[in-house]
Design a protein around this ligand. Sequence first.
Ligand SMILES: [Mg+2]
Length: 252
Amino acid sequence: VHLGLPDAVGACLFDLDGVLTETAKVHDAAWKQVFDEILQDEASRSGVPFVPFDPVDDYDTYVDGKPRTDGVRDFLASRGIHPPDGSSDDPPSAFTIHGIGRKKNDSFVERIRTDGVEAYPGSVRYLHAVRDAGLRRIVVSSSANCHDILLAAGIDDLVEGEVDGTDVERDHLHGKPAPDTFLAGARLAGHPPAGCAVFEDALAGVQAGRAGAFGYVVGVDRIGGTHPADLTAHGADVVLRDLADLLDGGPM
Ligand SMILES: [Mg+2]
């Protein structure tokens, strides 16, 4: 089977949300709920008009692919709101970076529990093809819920290892757009970065792929508009709508 990857690639490092699983929409909705509440409060206090969180542009620019606390900090800063950091055991009611992040996570987990998680059929096909070809398969996600999402989507047996939000916290890794989490994934796979392909749908993610000098960076576009061009500008070697596009007849 033709995997659409350069010959030197012996391992695939897959982002989770938006690449393997259809969870970007769930994240979007959870972020929107939490941020709009804050923006609404801010508007009624200051008298400036309420401008809601934009689940496409704001999500893409400030939140997608980053560790949760960085997403909170970067988006709110873009609106001139600067809550204190607080600490990682802050409750969801605390108006701190960590408290707001906790609130978003609670909302996300609740939605997953109620609605379940879908894996993209093309990604499942691709995971099977990569496994059959004998390449290593590692998931690299900023999500602290990575393993639960893999289980819920029924694809945990198709991957061999995970670098996730809990590793980021424990090992003090810099989140995407820094390359650290993908570099940890490459070590787990036992391949140098040049022998790894990175699969990402987020601008911060392809940027991390470029920054780590990985062998191939596959940008996955699920939203259209300017996103394909933005992925290329941020470091994708190729941009696809679906991972299955790489199988026989793919770009390489
Ligand atoms: Mg993603």
